[in-house]
Write a protein that binds this ligand. Structure first.
Ligand SMILES: Cc1cc2nc3c(=O)[nH]c(=O)nc-3n(C[C@H](O)[C@H](O)[C@H](O)COP(=O)(O)OP(=O)(O)OC[C@H]3O[C@@H](n4cnc5c(N)ncnc54)[C@H](O)[C@@H]3O)c2cc1C
Length: 429
């Protein structure tokens, strides 16, 4: 089968890859963008990954939140191809996509080959299970399907607890990073919303435990923020076990260095690791399977770049740029400039510099904590409450603005607000 050829092929339409495709498509314009830029993703619709804990808790509906890549391609002038990366050859500048298989294993679309002049890998990362026995039984929050599967189990567990004599259900979250903390806060919201809509005799208690191996939760953030978040979570009834290393995961409990934590549902939200298959693509990779890139986001092969979580890019003091949506967002802007300059036979002289604007953690409706970095060596600001929550929400809006433009983002935000007013915040189906 003759393959397709594009000047620029981006694999992975997440926080970084989709913004890059939109920027390039819009810059190249209605006529040539679609002919020159191809975005490939294994999903047909886009969900901003930092929202996955809300999908898991049911406070965000993927069927409303998901944005179709094909429609985004139409308005941003790039082409879209559905497919899961199978092979990538940086020398031949060719990649293949796995066949698309339907019900009963029937092949709907055969393997496809695409050649490119410039290739960009933006395929994100997954969880690091640190070789913990039984950890594969826990729920993960890597993909939309994972979050939806957890939500289905959560609703079933809610139902069971409603009619059980104990009137309790328990969730154990491994990892006290931003994902674990935000998930616990979102689960409390979901439970509260549910209690508001059911009769008194069906009400039950939700017991949430966060298990963290380090001495404090939110270890990557200043201690003041960890303390604030711990107090806020404990006030909501979350049990925070720090210094507790998970040694094994069982179907109904965690075995930790400090004892057992029984749980109806277990979520693994600790550690980030890129796909092991990244090592098969003929590019240099690091310990966590990221593609090694230089300060221009160039991989070990000419004309191939990587960005976002799948790229191990140098930062300060020998560290790598952290796996964050704000890093992927900044790298997408940089790479768009680089590639547009290359199309005009120019070169962007400056290397990529990551600007850490701080981190914000959502603690549920109208509450957040975080630190915003001061610019030009000025002081850092601690933010909390409603301001932190607004700043947190604005990160998501920034992403939507990059792919939809401001007017559509405003309409979408309003539509979602109205939808929540009419249908309620919690998805119970
Ligand atoms: C629950 C949760 C909360 C988070 N909260 C925050 C936060 O508050 N702030 C923050 O800065 N960061 C946050 N993060 C981290 C943030 O989501 C990531 O750093 C960011 O999404 C990375 O962007 P990316 O483009 O590299 O990858 P992703 O956004 O993960 O996108 C990767 C894309 O590649 C596609 N893909 C993967 N493999 C293949 C393949 N083989 N073939 C084809 N397509 C493929 C995927 O479908 C996906 O669309 C959070 C993460 C999680 C899980």
């Amino acid at each position: 089968m003759p393959g397709m050829h594009y000047d620029i092929v981006i694999v992975g339409g997440g926080a970084g890859g989709l913004e890059l495709a939109a920027r390039l498509g819009r810059k190249l314009g209605r006529r040539s963008g679609k002919e020159r830029v191809l975005l490939i993703d294994r999903s047909s619709f886009h969900i901003w990954k930092p929202s996955l804990h809300e999908v898991a808790a049911g406070t965000l509906d993927v069927h409303q939140e998901g944005l179709s890549y094909s429609i985004l391609g139409r308005s941003n002038h790039f082409s879209f191809l559905l497919g899961d990366l199978d092979s990538f050859d940086p020398v031949a500048k060719r990649l293949t996509l796995k066949p698309i298989v339907g019900e009963g294993g029937k092949v709907l679309v055969d393997e496809r080959g695409v050649t490119f002049t410039w290739g960009v890998l933006a395929i994100g990362s997954g969880s690091n299970l640190f070789g913990t026995p039984g950890a594969e039984q826990a729920h993960l929050l890597e993909r939309t399907e994972d979050a939806e599967a957890f939500h289905t189990r959560l609703l079933a567990a809610f139902m069971k607890a409603s009619f059980s004599p104990e009137k309790t259900m328990s969730v154990a979250i491994v990892g006290g990073g931003a994902t674990g903390v935000e998930l616990s806060a979102e689960l409390i919201e979901a439970h509260r919303e549910l209690l508001d809509s059911i009769g008194g005799e069906q009400r039950f208690r939700l017991d949430i435990a966060i298990v963290e191996a380090a001495p404090r939760i939110l270890g990557g953030l200043p201690e003041k923020i960890s303390d604030q978040a711990t107090v806020a979570l404990e006030r909501k009834g979350v049990r925070v076990h720090t210094g507790a290393k998970v040694v094994a995961v069982h179907a109904d409990r965690l075995e930790t260095s400090l004892g057992e934590v029984p749980a109806d549902l277990i979520v693994w939200a600790a550690g980030v690791k890129a796909a092991a298959t990244n090592a098969d693509y003929g590019l240099e990779t690091n310990r966590t399977n990221q593609f090694v890139v230089n300060d221009r986001l160039e991989t070990s092969a000419p004309d191939v770049w990587a960005l976002g979580d799948c790229a191990g890019a140098p930062w300060k003091d020998g560290q790598l740029i952290p796996a964050r949506a704000q890093a992927a967002h900044q790298q997408a802007s940089y790479l768009a400039k680089t590639l547009i300059a290359r199309l005009g036979q120019r070169r962007v002289e400056t290397p990529f510099v990551y600007r850490d604007f701080g981190s914000l953690v959502s603690l549920g409706e109208n509450k957040g904590v975080g630190a915003l970095m001061g610019g030009l060596g000025g002081p850092n600001f601690f933010v909390e409450g409603l301001i932190a929550k607004w700043a947190y929400t604005s990160l998501h809006l920034d992403h939507h603005r990059a792919i939809l433009g401001t007017p559509k983002t405003v309409v979408l935000a309003l539509a979602r607000l109205l939808q929540q007013r009419v249908a309620g915040r919690l998805k119970l189906h």
